[in-house]
Ligand binder design. Structure first.
Ligand code: ATP
Length: 491
């Protein structure tokens, strides 16, 4: 959640070449491509294709299985995207959900001031005297910033390269997506697309607590879309205006907040391990008080070394009783929890682990991408290959069935194998192109196992299984195939 200013992001692994390769692979193979492309596209809108949707669904289903189905202290909901606008008033989003927006006076390019001037969050800013918060203008002087060592020299516009004026005026831009309900675009009909899934868990708290008969501590989880009118979307699916979140609001007694915070911190790392993200690519950023969202008493941003720099992957926040307390006040409804044993009544406090779905997909793609030399069919020769070494459970396609040629006699054996396997695993049947090209395609889409049916199969009733990572080939009896793959794929 945005506060007045964001933290400075350290650009560590600046490898835009790698990012370009990942974006291009995603388009080429049908993972993710620009949205509305036949109309010239739509800036920063991305569509998940046939493989991308499988990958993303695996992330979401794995998360739900781990955090909802495998726990007795968690239940899920799926709430409306457009909520009563009073929700956003009570939650503080109408007032506080802002980013500092600076517009270049020359080319009118719009930028986030905190991105243009890393460190500006620590500087005292002046403001004009307008009374309306949204119109109020703020300014920083470049000379002062240089004097204080925040910047070394005057800043130029990244777009038109003109030097910015000494007095840089900016305002706080609200990120809520406004829409209108019904047929008139009247102020009374204004509504907002939710900027986070979290608020539904607070607003529905009482309903869920009563109907699920859960006792504190317990959590409510949700996966769904969120919308933010970001000033500077970019870096592929890292920052978009429409994205998905997987969020947990975990309700506790106030005294337990520190140990619960630690507990969820560990759980988040376990999950990132399951996604295959290496620990050395993950960093905790303890968000200082000044930069924390308005509701938070402690926040850790978990950052990942993306190719374009180290930036936020997930967040963990102690939201106190801020949200439930405010909704109780604003709605006039009691959101207290009654302890059935002690008869004690109180407003629960909340620990919130939040996970971006799209950023998870992006991190998994970055972590899994390898370029390496692979042996060819010619003895001793190698050629470069690109391979996505997804953890097997995340791979969009688990097994590819590849008859060596299109000949009918092979199809007669290969089709029934496919039909058998597809009852157990997501499979692909591919008989086009040379076997080398088909292996390369399966490597690029991260398929853990290729099953090749050749002319020997007709005799020995066995197939060759090729392992994506080791590229080793094994001959396996068709009758043993399902058990072999179940074993390997951990099913
Ligand atoms: P950032 O600092 O990158 O703008 P944030 O601190 O505003 O993110 P939160 O409000 O904590 O993000 O949102 C929870 C999670 O939702 C983030 O950790 C991230 O994974 C995801 N997320 C937030 N904004 C976006 C976005 N514009 N596009 C894609 N994912 C996002």
């Amino acid at each position: 959640m945005s506060n007045l200013f964001f933290m400075k992001k350290e650009e560590k692994k600046n490898d835009s070449g790698l990012m370009d390769k990942i974006v291009s692979l995603c388009k080429r193979r049908g993972f993710i491509f620009p949205g509305s492309e036949i109309y010239g596209g739509m800036a920063n809108s991305w569509d998940y294709g046939p493989l991308g949707v499988e990958l993303k669904n695996n992330v979401k289903q794995g998360w739900w299985k781990k955090f909802v189905h495998s726990r007795t202290d968690m239940v899920g909901i799926d709430a409306a995207l457009i909520m009563n606008p009073k929700v956003w008033e009570a939650s503080g989003h109408l007032k506080n959900f802002t980013d500092p927006l600076f517009e270049c006076p020359e080319c009118h390019g719009r930028f986030r001031l905190d991105k243009l001037v890393p460190g500006v969050e620590n500087v005292k800013v002046e403001s004009t005297s307008a009374t309306d918060d949204y119109k109020k203008e703020y300014y920083v002087n470049q000379k002062d910033l240089i004097g204080q060592g925040v910047i070394k020299e005057v800043i130029k516009c990244p777009d038109c390269r003109k030097v910015f004026p000494d007095k840089m005026k900016f305002r706080f831009f609200n990120l809520l997506f406004k829409t209108f309900i019904g047929s008139t675009e009247d102020a009374a009909d204004v509504a907002y697309l939710r900027p986070e899934t979290a608020q539904a868990m607070f607003v529905d708290f009482k309903q869920v607590a009563e109907t699920s008969r859960k006792r504190i501590p317990f959590g409510i989880a949700q996966i769904g879309k969120a919308f933010r009118n970001e000033i500077t979307p970019g870096n592929f699916i890292f920052r978009t205006r429409e994205f998905e979140q997987m969020e947990i609001e975990y309700f506790i007694r106030e005294n337990d907040w520190e140990k619960t915070f630690e507990y969820w911190h560990e759980e988040m790392y376990k999950w990132m391990g399951e996604l295959g993200l290496k620990k050395e690519h993950l960093h905790d950023l303890e968000v200082p008080e000044k930069e924390r969202a308005h509701y938070s008493k402690r926040t850790i941003d978990i950052e990942y070394d993306f190719p374009f720099g180290t930036d936020e992957l997930y967040g963990l926040a102690y939201r106190t009783d801020f949200d439930l307390g405010n909704h109780a006040k604003a709605s006039g409804q009691s959101l207290e929890y009654l302890d059935p044993e002690t008869q004690e009544k109180f407003i629960p406090h909340v620990i919130e682990p939040t996970f971006g779905v799209d950023r998870s997909v992006l991190a998994v793609l970055c972590e899994s991408y390898f370029e390496e030399e692979a042996p060819t069919s010619e003895e001793g020769k190698t050629e470069p290959r690109v391979v996505l070494k997804f953890p097997k459970w995340l791979a969009p396609i688990k097994v590819a069935i590849l008859p060596l040629s299109k000949k009918e006699e092979l199809a007669k054996v290969a089709r029934p194998i496919y039909e058998d396997l597809v009852k157990h695993f997501i499979c692909e049947y591919d008989e086009t192109q040379s076997i080398g090209k088909r292996y390369r395609r399966q490597d690029e889409i991260g398929t853990p196992y290729c099953v090749t049916v050749d002319f020997e199969t007709l005799e020995d009733k066995a197939v060759t299984i090729r392992d994506r990572d080791t590229m080793k080939q094994e001959r396996i009896k068709i009758s043993d195939l399902i058990n072999y793959l179940k074993n390997k794929l951990g099913d």
